[in-house]
Design a protein around this ligand. Structure first.
Ligand code: NDP
Length: 296
């Protein structure tokens, strides 16, 4: 059997288009563009690339994009004061502080200082609590993107056995909450899980968010299962070249699974598309402009 490929790139383009289509109505009602401010501390090359792509995508959707780049030796107090200033700025709907932060800054303190209603990354404990208790809030972009891809492929997820491998606050835990919200029977696996292959073999839906190249093998997968690969790992491809691979051994798993996301081109493009979606939602909420529940 050969799995259907879940084309995250195409889905993300569609989502970005739907967001862009809704921006003019917001501008007409609110008299301003939705605004996203991204803060980068230091010059980590990977983070700089992400921040640039976020800025470009925000502008392409017709929204206002601001990028604030601070020196690597910025103090925690200075960053917290900047976040407070952005919280108070009515033209800023979404605030994203690019992680990781330099050592002298406590990430949790920064996340906790962002106004939960501008926390388009969905990392604030208030938003984590809202997700856990089934209230409206902001959901982290990557897991929400995974859920969108799954629902698009499988429709109703109710009653399905889902195994999430990884329990980070950014991916694994919110992913598990989202699947529980869809009435899946959810297992969260991690580095202490016993007999991981046997646990994964029970799953109709596998979410791999581990950060270990091609760890998940074909004989771990129930035939026909949907496999979502969140992992992004750069490995040596010989001849001084590198390539990106996921946490799933794609070539072999795609022979067993019913559907699978590739790396690249699967979950990756969804993250920025959902960030734009969250920013548009934040703008509507902040201005009290209604947005149809299923509009995006
Ligand atoms: P973390 O390192 O924060 O978490 C990894 C999780 O995997 C931990 O819960 C850890 O368990 C678990 N784990 C590690 N080794 C094993 C193992 N051998 N068996 C079972 N579980 C294991 O990573 P993130 O959640 O931030 O990211 C996961 C992957 O997703 C990375 O490759 C990252 O690059 C990618 N990513 C991709 C994004 C995208 O846009 N597509 C966005 C965010 C992340 P324990 O808790 O016990 O240590």
């Amino acid at each position: 059997m050969s799995a259907a490929i879940i084309d995250g790139k195409a889905f993300a383009e569609g989502l970005r288009g739907r967001v862009a289509d809704l921006v003019p109505d917001f501008v007409a009602t609110a008299g301003r563009q939705p605004g996203l401010t991204v803060v980068l501390v230091g010059e980590d090359p990977a983070s700089s690339v992400y921040v640039r792509s976020k800025g470009k995508a925000t502008e392409a959707a017709g929204m206002k994009s601001d990028t604030i780049i601070l020196p690597a030796d910025t103090s925690e107090d200075d960053l917290l004061n900047l976040v407070r200033k952005l919280n108070a700025d009515a033209t800023v709907d979404g605030i994203l502080v690019q992680l990781p932060l330099p050592r002298q800054i406590n990430e949790n303190a920064v996340i906790a200082t962002i106004d939960p209603n501008k926390d388009v990354d969905g990392f604030h404990p208030v938003n984590a609590g809202r997700l856990a208790t089934g209230l409206h809030g902001f959901v982290p972009c990557t897991p929400l993107g995974c859920l969108m891809l799954l629902k698009d492929r499988l429709g109703d997820l109710s009653g399905k056995d889902a195994v999430v491998i990884g329990r980070s606050n950014i991916v694994g835990k919110p992913m598990a909450q989202l699947l529980l919200g869809e009435s899946c029977t959810v297992t969260i696996a991690h580095s202490k899980t016993k007999d991981l292959p046997a646990v994964v073999r029970r799953a109709d839906i596998v979410i791999a968010a581990v950060g270990r190249p091609e760890m998940i093998k074909a004989d771990w997968i129930k035939p026909g299962a949907a496999v979502i690969d969140v992992g992004i790992n750069r490995i040596d491809a010989g001849e001084r070249k590198t390539k990106l691979v996921g946490d799933v051994a794609f070539d072999e798993v795609s022979q067993v699974a019913g559907a699978i996301t590739p790396v690249p081109g699967g979950v990756g493009p969804m993250t920025i598309a959902v960030l734009l979606r969250n920013t548009l939602v934040a703008a509507h909420r902040n201005e009290g402009v209604p947005l149809a529940k299923d509009a995006i």
